[in-house]
Ligand binder design. Sequence first.
Ligand SMILES: Cc1cc2nc3c(=O)[nH]c(=O)nc-3n(C[C@H](O)[C@H](O)[C@H](O)COP(=O)(O)O)c2cc1C
Length: 339
Amino acid sequence: MAQLNVEYLGLALKNPLIAGACKLTSNLDKLKQIEEAGAGAVVIKSIFEEEIQLERFKFDEDNERFDNLHPEMVNIFPQGIEHGGPEEHLMWTRKAKEALSIPVIGSLNAVEKESWFEYAAKLEQTGVDALEINFYSVPTQFGSSAESIENDQIAIAAEIVKQVKLPVSVKLSPYYTNPLNIITRLSQVGPKGFVLFNRLFQPAIDIDEEKNIFPFNLSSPGDIRLPLRFTGLLYGQTSADICSSTGIYSGKEALSFLLAGATCFQVVSAMYTKGIKHIGAIINDIQEWMSRKEYATIDEFRGKLSRSKSNDPWIYTRAQYASMLLHSDEIISNSDLAA
Ligand SMILES: Cc1cc2nc3c(=O)[nH]c(=O)nc-3n(C[C@H](O)[C@H](O)[C@H](O)COP(=O)(O)O)c2cc1C
């Protein structure tokens, strides 16, 4: 039987499938199902400062709602009650860690600089095995330059690595001018791994109702190509582990990432669309493929199709694009024929 175990962030994983951060990983029952389905590790839903700020705002609003109704009715709640801040999140992260035997990775996303460090320290105290810094942010300030945003992120990562004893990974969005550059600069300040990539919620518009909507933003298998390119480019160029993410629905996508050089991979959308048990099917696919190809361990084929192990200098660069342009007429006429 092929050995699927890998080492990620210095943690021993029985296989490379990690259940990625999402609402499912904030629920103890679901987390147990994820473990039973065979996941190698799990990332708990991020602690989002923005969410806590919004909840706190709503709490204060409810708290003060009756202030002006009756002069004697200062408040419907006893005086001095405050929103619990991140405490609730920390409480069930601790419970998740106690309940599971697979590695549990805490995840954080903050707005204020100080909150990054506060949350990192508090998550460490819950007993999690590692921290994933989730640099999930949408640029909304016209005046912020790419350089200043990147420098801030690097300074935050450096300080967190310095302050906590846990291994740290950084989860990035693909929207950097040069992801290879920021990853290289970040890796110099000590994270042991990179998660490529996050998937930002994007707004949409309902043209019938003429209103803004926020549909559930799940991926599809075709979405692996962008992270696959950067996985293939990075393998052998950084000592940090690469954890690929986005669009993994079967062993086919998972194996593509491993062949490109990923140490492990994260799955979220497939759990939502196919159910948590589907994790087991992805692991079985890998196992079957390795047996068929007579691979005993993942190390025997990891990175085999990365850029650094390939003899073709154009792999993962623009060559395919040029050939697509040259042959795009054939693609159109073939699909016309098929229709
Ligand atoms: C409902 C939902 C909630 C998510 N919550 C988080 C989160 O808390 N933290 C995080 O880093 N990523 C979060 N993500 C992003 C996923 O972890 C993952 O990076 C992304 O969905 C791409 O993987 P996939 O193609 O397997 O879905 C969330 C995704 C979804 C669909």
